[in-house]
Ligand binder design. Structure first.
Ligand code: FES
Length: 179
């Protein structure tokens, strides 16, 4: 497929997504809609979706439907819960990623969420063998005004709101470690 974030065309057999809370909106339209024209360009999709608590999970009605799909592996997790009926995972996204993702072969990882989650998920993905150009990070939570005025989203000379918000790890490795 042609991926705007990769420097070359690549056939992706597996897409790993890690996300937290409201950031699932970012992925939902691209990958989780079986009617989406882009869906046929990927084979399997593994989703690690985390929230601080069950009440903060978005699309709870749809999550149950997505779990039934053969082309999706959903790993839902919360940081903690006292709900005795909770049937999913308990643990942080990086931990669940390490437990559930077993291979980086012919796969791309896309991460969207708060900076702390990205910070701890990135080394997990590198340990799994994802090369930096196949780790795609969405840094939109760094943005404030979102239109290039406030000057609060920059990483070195790059503005997340104007030059991103999506960067490959390969690109970020050439920028100051401020994300
Ligand atoms: S978010 Fe304000 S300059 Fe980028």
């Amino acid at each position: 497929m042609e991926n705007p974030y990769l420097p070359y065309p690549v056939r992706i057999d597996e897409v790993i997504t890690e996300t937290e809370d409201r950031n699932l909106k970012t992925f939902r339209l691209v990958f989780l809609n079986p009617e989406d024209e882009n869906r046929s360009k990927f084979k399997d999709i593994i989703v690690v979706y985390g929230a601080r608590s069950p009440g903060l999970l978005l699309y709870r009605n749809e999550l149950a439907e997505w779990e039934k799909r053969d082309d999706l592996a959903m790993h839902i997790t919360v940081d903690g819960t006292d709900d005795p009926d909770w049937k999913y995972n308990v643990g942080f996204v990086p931990t669940i990623t390490e437990q559930k993702i077993t291979s980086s072969e012919n796969a791309i990882a896309i991460v969207c969420g708060p900076p702390i989650m990205i910070k701890f998920t990135q080394p997990v993905l590198e340990k799994l063998g994802f090369p930096p150009d196949r780790i795609i990070l969405s840094l939109e939570m760094r943005m404030k005004c979102g239109i290039g005025i406030c000057g609060r989203c920059n990483i070195g000379d790059q503005y997340v709101c104007k030059d991103g918000p999506v960067f490959s790890l390969a690109k970020l490795k050439n920028m100051p470690p401020e994300y």
